[in-house]
Design a protein around this ligand. Structure first.
Ligand SMILES: *[C@@H]1O[C@H](CO)[C@@H](O)[C@H](O)[C@H]1NC(C)=O
Ligand SMILES: *[C@@H]1O[C@H](CO)[C@@H](O)[C@H](O)[C@H]1NC(C)=O
Length: 352
């Protein structure tokens, strides 16, 4: 008897829990399927910073911005983007001197309102991205998420953003900074170098391209005369002026065209970047992209930090911290993402 009593009690708890979880999900989704976010704290410029940029959701590019940040926005990854923006503002000395350039292909009004509501003093603009620009160039990869057209927007920043944003820091949506982005943005870019990112020369570079690529000398000679190393395209400092001069967007597109005709690589947007830039980038300290925290692509195992200091945590890979936290099965490092989360929970709605 006590046993079944226990069971019954456990069962009703479970029912209660499911009902609460359903309510929570509906409330977090605002009941209409779109997530709602709370307002981030206001962050102020320290003494010594330039005067704050005026808050604007239609900012024209300001030459007095200290750092230009470029990111993509879509509903699927919005929770990650909001946390990333929050983390940038929290850890920089001059948060009111950072200008954000967002690229989005749909739900632009909703994204515009959501960003304005959560970051009322942000200086930003949303640039519409036409998915059809790249959809004809994308060949399917092993991970569907990598095939989203918006994932290729980083190759088009030089066309989308105004000339005044000469140097931009591109950031993925599944990361948080724990250090001042101004330090990353000021990475020296020597003459003729348009891109800086942490390089990983121990990674097996061969494995990013197919045997038919390596066995074709006309193709593999693309890497001749340079020390090509893997780099992750989720965190990059880009000089868009040099980029335009060298027509890098067109060069990336040429490799994508070739990929449509013969399979020269497996993963989505990364290999064309490697083809054009590997061995021709300025190095950034590894602390600026502690990547791979999303875990193993096949089994979703938790990953640990790479040795050394940490300025940026990047949940690249299959698992995302918000999904694992919601599912009640977080990896240990996901706890470091949670403080930047701005998703409105029913509890915080009641509080406010
Ligand atoms: C975002 O909203 C502002 C203010 O309502 C508006 O001026 C701007 O054009 C909007 N941006 C886009 C890309 O729709
Ligand atoms: C690198 O990857 C290639 C292709 O995936 C493989 O054939 C080669 O053995 C690997 N090399 C090392 C050192 O692991």
């Amino acid at each position: 008897m006590p046993r079944s009593g226990h069971l019954l009690f456990g069962f009703s708890l479970l029912l209660l829990y499911s009902a609460a979880a359903a309510t929570a999900a509906a409330a977090a989704g605002g009941g209409d399927g779109v997530p709602r976010f709370r307002e981030a704290p206001q962050f102020y410029n320290s003494p010594g910073c330039p005067p704050p940029l005026p808050p604007s959701s239609a900012a024209s590019c300001s030459p007095s911005a200290m750092v230009h940040v470029a990111m993509t926005l879509d509903i699927a990854y919005l929770r990650g983007s909001m946390a990333a923006i929050h983390s940038v503002l929290q850890h920089t000395s001059c948060p009111q001197s950072i200008q954000f350039h967002f690229v989005a292909s749909s739900a632009i009004d909703y994204l515009n309102t959501t960003i304005s509501n959560s970051f009322p003093s942000l200086s930003f603009r949303i640039y519409p991205f036409d998915d059809s620009l790249v959809s004809g160039l994308i060949s399917t990869s092993i991970r569907q998420a990598l095939d989203r057209p918006l994932n290729y927007a980083r190759s088009y920043l030089a066309r989308l953003l105004p000339d005044c944003a000469r140097r931009v820091v591109y950031l993925d949506s599944d990361l948080v900074l724990v250090d001042d982005i101004a330090a990353l943005a000021s990475t020296p870019l020597p003459d003729g170098i348009a891109l800086a990112a942490p390089e990983y020369c121990n990674a097996n570079f061969t494995s990013y391209f197919t045997p038919s690529f390596w066995s074709n000398p006309a193709l593999s000679m693309a890497f001749e005369g340079r020390k090509a190393c893997y780099f992750n395209t989720g965190v990059m400092v880009m000089d868009l002026e040099k980029w335009r001069e060298e027509a890098y967007t067109e060069r990336i597109e040429e490799w994508m065209e070739l990929q449509k005709r013969m399979r020269i690589y497996e993963l989505g947007s990364l290999p064309p970047f490697l083809l054009v830039f590997a061995g021709r980038i300025a190095a950034v300290e590894h602390r600026w992209n502690q990547h791979g925290l999303g875990g193993d692509n096949y089994r979703g195992l938790c990953r640990d930090l790479h040795p050394g200091p940490v300025s940026l945590l990047h949940w690249s890979g299959k698992g995302k911290p918000w999904a694992r936290l919601d599912a009640g099965r977080p990896c240990p490092l996901d706890a470091l993402w949670a403080p930047y989360d701005l998703l409105q929970t029913p509890f915080s709605i009641e509080d406010s």
